[in-house]
Ligand binder design. Structure first.
Ligand code: SF4
Length: 365
């Protein structure tokens, strides 16, 4: 029988198990301290536990670790990690460092952000995204989601977490929530819920379910089009959950959670960068009090999409702001590495479905 991954267990789960084994109440706290405060890689390092307990833990629980296959650093110090899982599949995480900030600037700019994956591959097939090129392989376990954060924390400080890497997070809902509870818990990684952003391409039932969770996680919608015509072209999910349903689900989330929604909008030349999109986009943003993050597209050789020129990007931004919506234009970070999720994995493990040249160029969600 496979061992239970200990990094998928809550403190209460561990307390119950150790109580069944006749251990004193404080042992579970000692175990989680080793796992999440000290982030030790093995049972032997848990030196204040009796040897017989360490052996019993090792017989009952798996201690998930990730093998670092590759690490790429860009000139702006963005770091991309390629991890190998126990079944030899590959996932990516990206560490985006703090930017020097001016007084009064957005405080998030001074924080280190980690972007993590929730699935191996992706089934949702967004037209611009590298993660979907090789298809879907499997969901990550809660322990594998948690361990991405611990592995990055062993290399430095993490202030913010964005669940925006490979995979559609809300399609792996139960494991995602189990992992986020551990990452948020004071006994776990202790990352504040408002410092955790969950991104989705638009899974409406799961957005409503997320609203019912007790945590104040932030929600990012990968919008990329302000009309159904544009979203249908880019994102197959929109045929199942069109904009009207998506916005209703966001409103339901917001009613419970308050103003915690962001729209991610990748600017693609001639596809969604027309000024015909700015008015409906601004209207949606105003309606939800959402901030719009404009992200210039990173070209993928072999695909026809292009990044709009800088002047067009600025025009688009200005038009949204004129319409009274809050927006930022990302001056892309990590351009000199395969910054977008899925690229480093494709390069290491090319898939027949991926255009050959697409393995060498970046694209982000
Ligand atoms: S954008 Fe997200 S949902 Fe769409 S294919 Fe990429 S990883 Fe999947």
């Amino acid at each position: 029988m496979p061992l239970c991954p200990i990094k998928s267990q809550s403190l209460e789960d561990l307390q119950a198990q150790l109580h069944d084994w006749g251990e004193p109440g404080y042992r579970a706290t000692q175990v989680v301290e080793w796992l999440y405060a000290r982030r030790v890689p093995g049972w032997d390092a848990m030196t204040n536990l009796p040897r017989r307990l360490r052996e019993r833990l090792a017989q009952h629980y798996a201690l998930t670790t990730l093998e670092l296959v590759a690490q790429q650093g860009s000139a702006d110090a963005t770091q991309k990690f390629l991890w190998r899982l126990e079944d030899r599949t590959l996932i990516e995480s990206v560490l985006i460092p703090a930017r020097p900030t001016a007084p009064g600037a957005d405080e998030d700019a001074s924080r280190h952000t980690l972007c993590i994956s929730t699935q191996v591959g992706c089934a949702y097939g967004c037209a611009f995204c590298a993660s979907g090129l090789g298809g879907f392989k499997r969901n990550l376990g809660a322990d594998e989601i948690v361990e991405q954060v611990l592995a990055a924390q062993r290399r430095g400080r993490i202030d913010n977490l964005v669940v925006m890497g490979m995979g559609e997070p809300l399609a792996n809902y139960d494991n995602l929530i189990r992992a986020l509870r551990i990452l948020n818990a004071p006994w776990g990684a202790s990352i504040g819920a408002r410092r955790i952003t969950v991104s989705t391409s638009g899974l409406c039932p799961q957005i409503r379910r997320l609203a019912g969770e007790p945590h104040q996680f932030r929600l990012a919608i990968s919008l990329h089009g302000a009309t159904d015509a544009v979203r249908n072209r880019l994102m197959p999910i929109n045929r199942k959950h069109p904009l009207r349903d998506l916005i209703a689900a966001c409103e339901a989330y917001q009613t419970v959670k308050g103003r915690l929604i962001t729209f991610e909008y990748i600017l693609i030349s001639g596809v969604n960068d027309g000024l015909d999109q700015t008015r409906p986009l601004a209207a949606l943003a105003r309606r939800l009090h959402a901030k719009v993050n404009l992200i210039p597209y990173n070209r993928v050789d072999g695909l026809s999409w292009e990044r709009p020129p800088q002047s067009r990007q600025e025009l688009f931004l200005a038009a949204i702001e004129r319409e009274g919506a809050k927006a930022t234009l990302r001056r892309e970070r990590g351009d000199d590495i395969d910054a977008a999720c899925g690229q480093l994995r494709l390069r290491t493990e090319p898939h027949p479905a991926a255009p050959a040249s697409a393995t060498d160029t970046p694209q982000s969600r």
